[in-house]
Ligand binder design. Structure first.
Ligand code: NDP
Ligand code: 2IT
Length: 444
């Protein structure tokens, strides 16, 4: 076995029952083989072994009381994975599926994503198996306050800066921030995605979806192509999906399908985004309602059917492993040309293989959805500098960051002889900087 294989093998033995973590580590490490070959000092210094082991894992109890007076207990997590290039940075996910494997896969991905932004942020991730669906505002607040009553001692504006992810948006960040400030008596940039009235940044809400479309657009431009007139499918209907849809439409694309965790809608005339926002953001309802309100639109139960709708561009923006090998093959058969991952690890290893072998332009999550965390880092900069940039300023910086990411992953892929393979390009470009910093710090 070579070095990479040995590290992967031992990771699987030491961390059994963590399939998502194994999947992310496999995707990353197998592409790093050519880098490791060039740098024998990595093996001497056990760099890969250190890279895949989180610096710290915090697991805690989150007790809270519902509106009927019943006491509940959830699990809370924060994985502080790697702080070589900056303070730990990464979102919090509240979803019943959350477990250590999922938080670790997200944390590992986050290290390289954050490195790709070119900004000084390390990698971390956290969350809870708490299910926000159907909960009252008071219950959400009670949960967030209890969660922060433990988390506050592990985070800080220069230590670890959480943000949102699935199930954690502006409302939750507000309650979490309020409790942190009350306990610590500090009004600092300890969370990003804050409201504009208390230190948030313009564009952070839109950033992940906008950034995704910006990088897809870069890849299209490089091929003399554009989004104008293209048919697009977007999975999910949350934060990332909504703003990916808005930006794709503003660049002339026709988005014809979206979903939530129950099923998908197909509107051949083009999705009316205001209606989606009203149903999902304002009423926190189900996407099914869209088909009741729009003539010509249809709703189907279940999610995977969405990938059988023919499209030029597919933007998975919901969750991990939403595109398997079979769905990938269907997309290819129906002529998809570009796939941009808004969600984290939405394609299985088999699906990625299908896309790469079919010549689809595949932009992997750690590059394609980095606009969110990049804008979080811009929020941190504004907080530290006690400044507030305009929408245009932040948007221009985001656009520039996404264009740089595209250039860097394209170049890294070419430099290592894998032209157009952005899985290789993103992993290598992200890793090299982290590895350099880790080596400089000695054995820590
Ligand atoms: P939201 O909670 O705002 O939206 C999530 C969307 O995905 C909802 O439509 C939800 O459906 C759907 N969804 C969630 N879980 C499942 C599931 N198991 N099966 C089917 N559909 C599901 O989250 P975000 O938009 O913030 O996050 C979406 C993805 O983007 C995640 O992978 C996240 O890690 C990633 N991401 C987010 C960033 C951010 O800034 N927010 C930055 C980078 C990546 P329903 O409404 O039914 O729950
Ligand atoms: O997956 C991600 O990059 C996020 N959920 C955003 C993290 C952040 O710190 O803004």
């Amino acid at each position: 076995m070579n070095y990479v294989e040995r590290v992967l093998d031992s990771l699987k033995k030491q961390n059994p029952n963590e399939p998502e973590f194994h999947q992310a580590a496999t995707e990353i490490l197998t592409t790093l083989a050519p880098v490791v070959e060039k740098h024998p000092e990595y093996e001497d210094q056990a760099l890969l072994e250190r890279f895949v082991e989180p610096e710290r894992v915090v697991l805690f109890r989150v007790p809270w009381v519902d509106d009927c007076g019943k006491v509940h207990v959830n699990k809370g997590y924060r994985v502080q994975f790697n702080s070589a290039i900056g303070p730990y940075k990464g979102g919090l996910r509240f979803h019943p599926s959350v477990n250590l494997s999922i938080i670790k896969f997200l944390g590992l991905e986050q290290i390289l994503k954050n490195s790709l932004t070119g900004l000084p942020i390390g990698g971390g991730k956290g969350g809870s198996d708490f299910d926000p669906k159907g909960k009252s505002n008071r219950e959400i607040m009670a949960f967030c306050q209890s969660f922060m009553t433990e988390l506050y001692r592990h985070i800080g504006a220069d230590t670890d800066v959480p943000a949102g992810d699935i199930g954690v948006g502006g409302r939750e960040i507000g309650y979490l921030f309020g409790q942190y400030k009350r306990i610590r008596d500090e009004h600092v940039g300890v969370l990003t995605g804050r409201g504009l009235s208390y230190g948030g940044s313009l564009v952070r809400t839109e950033a992940t979806g906008y950034g995704l479309v910006y990088i897809v657009n870069e890849a299209m431009k490089a091929r003399g192509d554009s989004l104008k007139g293209k048919t697009v499918i977007i999975s999910g209907s949350g934060n990332v999906a909504t703003y990916a849809c808005q930006k794709a439409q503003s660049l002339g694309a026709k988005v014809v399908a979206m979903y939530d965790s129950n099923g998908y809608i197909h509107d051949p005339d083009g999705i009316k985004l205001d209606l989606i926002k009203d149903i999902k953001e304002v009423k926190r309802g189900r996407i099914k309602e869209y088909a009741d309100r729009v003539e010509g639109a249809t709703y189907k139960e279940g999610c995977s059917g969405i990938w059988s709708i023919p499209c030029d561009v597919a933007l998975p923006c919901a969750t991990q492993n939403e595109i398997d090998e079979k769905s990938a093959a269907t997309l290819v058969k129906n002529g998809v040309k570009y796939v941009g991952e808004g969600a984290n690890m939405p394609s299985t290893l088999g699906a990625i293989d299908v896309f790469l072998k079919s010549g689809v332009v595949f932009l992997p999550a750690k590059a394609a959805n980095a606009g969110g965390v990049a804008t979080s880092a811009l929020e941190m900069a504004q907080s530290s500098g006690r400044m507030f940039w305009s929408f245009e300023e932040v948007d221009a910086k985001l656009r520039n960051i996404m264009a740089n990411i595209y250039r860097n992953i394209d170049k890294a892929a070419k430099d290592y002889g894998f032209d157009g393979n952005y899985v290789m390009g993103a992993n290598i470009a992200g890793f090299v900087k982290v590895a350099e910093a880790m080596l400089a710090h000695g054995i820590v």
